[in-house]
Write a protein that binds this ligand. Structure first.
Ligand SMILES: [Zn+2]
Ligand SMILES: [Zn+2]
Length: 149
């Protein structure tokens, strides 16, 4: 009998874990995300790729619950590495999935302009230089933020 109760407790805990994961990104998000993509945001705002797109929250999901389904808080980036870097990871998050880049819109515009005007910016290191700058600035912002300043 005790074994039976223990088995059910384990199952209950597992079910709770599964439900909490599902609650993290509910059906409402899938709906809003798909609508956003269908409304013309089906390509990466940096490199233009339609492959491996990510609908990114400018103000993060966890920190801004009121803006989770607000389309003005969304931007399409990608993981395709079309221009040699992971647009979502490097620009959306400054190189760390836990980090928030509050300057993401400016950085997207800067990189898009830089590379679309001159593809040499990828090979001569100018885009890498800017990505390093993003990473340093975003890292500082997130570390200071976590200290509660
Ligand atoms: Zn993101
Ligand atoms: Zn991209």
């Amino acid at each position: 009998m005790r074994k039976f109760i223990m088995m059910w407790s384990i199952l209950a805990v597992l079910a709770a874990i599964c439900l909490s994961y599902a609650a993290e990104r509910p059906a409402e998000w899938t709906k809003v995300r798909n609508e956003y993509v269908a409304e013309g945001h089906n390509f990466c705002e940096i490199c233009g790729s339609k492959k491996d797109i990510e609908v990114h929250h400018v103000k993060p999901w966890a920190k801004w619950p009121d803006l989770r389904y607000d389309k003005s808080n969304l931007i399409t980036l990608c993981r395709s590495k079309y221009w040699g870097f992971d647009c979502h990871w490097a620009v959306g998050h400054g190189g760390n999935t836990r980090w928030e880049n509050p300057w993401v819109r400016d950085d997207v515009k800067y990189l898009k302009d830089l590379i679309s005007k001159d593809k040499n910016a990828i090979t001569d290191g100018r885009s890498d230089e800017y990505l390093k700058y993003i990473r340093a600035r975003v890292k500082e912002f997130n570390i200071i933020g976590n200290r509660g300043l």
